[in-house]
Design a protein around this ligand. Structure first.
Ligand code: ADP
Length: 325
């Protein structure tokens, strides 16, 4: 018989993402609804080790659904990677009578959660929070939709200045291993070309394509480049190569950087976070552990943490075709 769950801890870990607060709020409120206590753990796994806990109730999460970042703070914690660190974390959880943990984060955080669960048979459940959308077992991660809107809005502004001159803009967006942001935002912003880690377009094909559009009378263009694109060159090197070979355009580079992580979550992310938070709590109360909440075909799902970590979230090939057309 699994132990009855009376108290659930919640933390946010790794890179922050818009929608994390909405998920924390949903976890806290779902606990209140089911008459289970809830404890907020600050600074991710560091807070587990430092005993940085605070009891949460519905009032503690007032007015946070609309806020970016995470009120629980996030941290990268080296100590949690050691058996001694995790032992201290476990002792602190027991001392506070916490029976289960909700971890909102990315695949690094889930790796830590899985190891912890195995070592101590401690119930854990993950909620995917990362703007990169690169986690297997869910169609969408928290923050992805907001980041797309941020990028599209920024590119719209860049387009205004690009079209006022004969400018070719290279816009770098986040995505070291996955091109979800670049592909979706590139289509949404009407980019001329999109470079992603999943496909090697090659500099020569890019150059030929830009030459063709220049010949067809296009006076300005936007190229979206994911951080981890496969040309083997960074965005400045790509831009410089094109500038040398296509003198018609004034070439400019814009790196979006951390602004992609910030801002108020979109309605989509708020609804997703709320559904995931509720589902996480109800799954824990239902005896589930070592799984991640996801959304597939509009339904809440559970996927083993191990699969979420090891699996690869695939780029949508139909979108690649659409972008080419
Ligand atoms: P993300 O969750 O966004 O991928 P990180 O990769 O930085 O972010 O992971 C967040 C935290 O998860 C790390 O700081 C560390 O405390 C914990 N973690 C990551 N990998 C491991 C691991 N192999 N063992 C134990 N803890 C880990």
């Amino acid at each position: 018989m699994p132990k009855k769950i009376n108290k659930i801890g919640v933390l946010t870990s790794g890179g922050d993402a818009p929608g994390m607060n909405a998920a924390v709020r949903a976890v806290v409120r779902a606990c209140a609804f089911h008459k289970v206590e809830c404890v907020g753990i600050f600074q991710g796994y560091q807070g587990l080790i430092d005993d940085n806990f605070k009891a949460m109730n519905a009032r503690s999460v007032n007015n946070i659904i609309n806020k970016g970042g995470t009120i629980l703070k996030s941290a990268r914690c080296l100590e949690f990677r050691t058996p001694e660190g995790r032992k201290t974390a476990h002792e602190n959880l027991l001392k506070s009578n916490i029976d289960a943990l909700v971890v909102i984060g990315g695949d690094g955080s889930f790796t830590g959660a899985m190891i912890f669960q195995k070592e101590f048979s401690f119930p854990v459940i993950g909620i995917p929070g990362t703007i990169d959308n690169d986690i297997y077992g869910t169609r969408y991660t928290l923050g992805f939709d907001t980041a797309l809107n941020t990028v599209v809005e920024a590119i719209d502004k860049i387009r205004d200045t690009a079209s006022s001159h004969n400018r070719l803009f290279f816009v770098e967006v986040m995505g070291r291993d996955a091109g979800h942001i670049a592909l979706n935002a590139g289509i949404g912003a009407g980019a001329e070309e999109i470079l992603i880690p999943e496909e090697n377009m090659g500099l020569d094909r890019l150059l030929e394509s830009l030459k063709r559009s220049e010949k067809s009378g296009k006076s300005s263009s936007i190229v979206v480049v994911a951080e981890g694109d496969k040309t083997g060159k960074n965005v400045f090197e790509i831009a410089s190569y094109i500038e040398q070979n296509l003198p018609y355009y004034e070439v400019r580079v814009s790196v979006m950087g951390h602004m992609q992580r910030g801002g108020a979550p979109s309605c989509f992310d708020r609804v997703l976070a709320t559904r995931m938070g509720v589902h996480a709590v109800e799954s824990i109360l239902d005896g589930k552990s070592n799984v991640m909440v996801g959304i597939i075909d509009e339904e809440m799902t559970l996927c083993p943490l191990e699969n979420a970590i090891k699996g690869k979230s695939k780029i949508n090939n139909k979108l690649i075709r659409v972008s080419e057309i």
